[in-house]
Design a protein around this ligand. Sequence first.
Ligand SMILES: *Cc1c(COP(=O)(O)O)cnc(C)c1O
Length: 387
Amino acid sequence: MNIMRVYFDNNATTRLDDRALEEMITFYREKFGNPNSAHGMGIEANLHLEKAREKIAKILGVSPSEIFFTSCATEAINWIHKAVAEVFEKRKRTIITTPIEHKAVLETLKYLSLRGFRVKYIPVDSRGVVKLEELERMIDEDTFLVSVMAANNEVGTIQPIEEVVKIVKKKNKEILVHVDAVQVIGKIPFSLERLNVDYASFSAHKFHGPKGVGIAFIKKGAPIRPFVHGGGQERGLRSGTQNVPGIVGAAKAMELAVENLESTMKHMERLRRKLAEGLRKLGAHIITPLDVSLPNTLSVSFSNLRGSTLQNLLSSHGIFVSTSSACTSKDENLSHVLTAMGIDRRIAQGAIRISLCRYNTEEEVNYFLEKTGEILSFLGINENNRR
Ligand SMILES: *Cc1c(COP(=O)(O)O)cnc(C)c1O
């Protein structure tokens, strides 16, 4: 009997693309020079570092001088929010965000709120989409930064970023906008070229690149200050020897992630639809708004079964999914995202998140549905007591 290993947790992290790994190995084994060294090996490493930066900039539709490498998206997010807050500290104090951001944003802003900044949260509707009229109403004289994610990691909801930027800049073009774009690469088309945002954050390990590489986009002229101080790498803004193998792998992975995006999206969407239909038949409640979400993300709930219980049982069958969020809100263990969406408590408690990637197959989807059906029967959660 072959035991399958089904990885359905791609919004948490992804498998490194073999072709990215292949490129990286050379930079560990042979071209391992410090890109900041003045000798041949340093120059060689630097050349590849800058090539990677150019590749990423081109894909994102920006200039290479606007791309900075960090250790992860969390670092990029901390850096941008804290630096911008420091710049405005004496003049303005209000930051606007959403209640469904990743903890990297929410916790950074909580830290800033303890230091005298005011954080306002744009309400979201039941799909998790920000209410644009509310945003418009919230922006005031004291606002200097608006931070909204491009797509949510838990339920997959895509935000109307273009409209958000338009509303903000129309009110006051001095107000800066940050986009947490970690979840969109390789899932939906995304370009910074005409978006008019000032900052954006990305993470290589979310698009089949290596762990340990974050990418910060900082628009030319947008205020910024160094966060990690030291040898002055990354134009004096982010010191520390660059992770050349990781960065080369990140650029390769990003290139591969957008290469056949159309067909990747179709593939994931097809599997997701099959999962949604199959799970609905098993009595699941579909949380993800299928029409405004990433094609790879499906949040579902069996309201009479805890998400963590189902996660554990699936795990024992070699199937790996996430509960709605590892990061939970105060009491109850309820996800802050589902709470903000106004999802019923019982449904929120039962939520699991399935997140696909281009490597997942129909066979895996069938296996998942079969095992989930077996688990539900085993627990006595069958057709008859399904509500
Ligand atoms: C994973 C994730 C992050 C954090 O990325 P790391 O590189 O792991 O620090 C931030 N935002 C979103 C939306 C994410 O999904």
